[in-house]
Design a protein around this ligand. Structure first.
Ligand code: SF4
Ligand code: SF4
Length: 267
């Protein structure tokens, strides 16, 4: 994303819209500017604001004139008055920023919007996680911190040594050059994205080792990490997770319960 300095009138409206704090008004030039290294191409500024087409010269003149009388002309807070915010033509590898950060973009690898799959939300029909297994989502970068792929790779490579099985349909898995080692493509490692989710599963007995490893690696990353675990309950509605989590001192809530009312299309 970039801002056309010929059009920008430095109203500052776009500054607070950016979740990465990548936009600032440069006092030297009196124009807003995008820090392209920090910008994750989420399009929140471009899609989230109304673009008006006021003449920049006219707006600057009015603002300067009113300043003499200690008055201000400010556009509505969700408006860029001069349509100064312009999307760039994104090439590889930068285009992965948008694929992982703009919720309106369909990810080519999964065919769904956003960062992950449907996870366990549709487990009653996908049977992705069976009784006695644990499914995991390890989420990076939310809210408003972002993450670079090199930090995600540190986690995936550390987890791969435990012999886990990465979810094949997950977008991060698609970025791996070797799913047995968790290695990601070298050319995307410096790309920053709004957030990402790594998905995998293990037998229930491995859960505590996995969670300890996630906790350990998280401390060395320049982002925030959140973990969710899931399983399939047995016929009486119980799961091994309740005891396993309590024994290890994790507090938890049954955040989402899938009642199994879906149509079974896989076994
Ligand atoms: S909203 Fe538009 S005119 Fe205002 S600072 Fe941002 S780019 Fe410049
Ligand atoms: S595209 Fe997103 S990250 Fe980039 S400047 Fe706009 S709001 Fe900020």
């Amino acid at each position: 994303m970039r801002i056309d300095p010929r059009k920008c009138v430095a109203c500052g409206n776009c500054v607070s819209v950016c979740p990465m704090s990548a936009i600032a008004v440069d006092p030297a030039t009196n124009r807003a500017r995008v820090n392209t290294d920090e910008c994750v191409e989420c399009y929140a500024c471009f899609n989230g604001m109304s673009m008006e087409k006021l003449n920049p010269f006219f707006v600057r003149t009015v603002r300067s004139f009113l300043q003499i009388f200690r008055l201000r002309f400010d556009p509505e807070p969700d408006v860029c008055p001069t349509s100064a915010i312009l999307p760039d033509e994104l090439a590889w590898p930068r285009v992965v920023r948008r694929a992982f950060s703009d919720p309106q973009v369909t990810h080519e690898s999964t065919g769904v919007h956003g960062r992950g799959t449907e996870e366990v939300k549709t487990n009653d029909v996908t049977n992705r996680v069976s009784v006695g297994e644990v499914g995991y989502v390890v989420e990076f970068g939310r809210p408003t911190v972002g993450v670079r792929f090199r930090d995600i790779e540190k986690m995936t490579m550390a987890l791969a040594t435990l012999g886990i099985e990465f979810e094949a349909k997950n977008p991060v898995t698609h970025m791996m050059t070797d799913r047995t080692t968790g290695k990601l493509r070298d050319d995307i490692l410096n790309e920053k994205i709004l957030s990402a989710i790594v998905e995998f599963k293990t037998p229930a007995a491995a859960m505590n080792t996995v969670l300890r490893r996630v906790e350990e690696v998280s401390k060395s990353l320049d982002t925030v990490v959140a973990v969710g675990v899931s399983t399939r309950c047995d016929d009486s509605g119980d799961s091994a997770l309740d005891d396993l989590l309590s024994e290890q001192g994790y507090s938890y809530v049954r955040g989402k319960t899938n009642l199994g009312l879906g149509r079974v299309t896989a076994s």
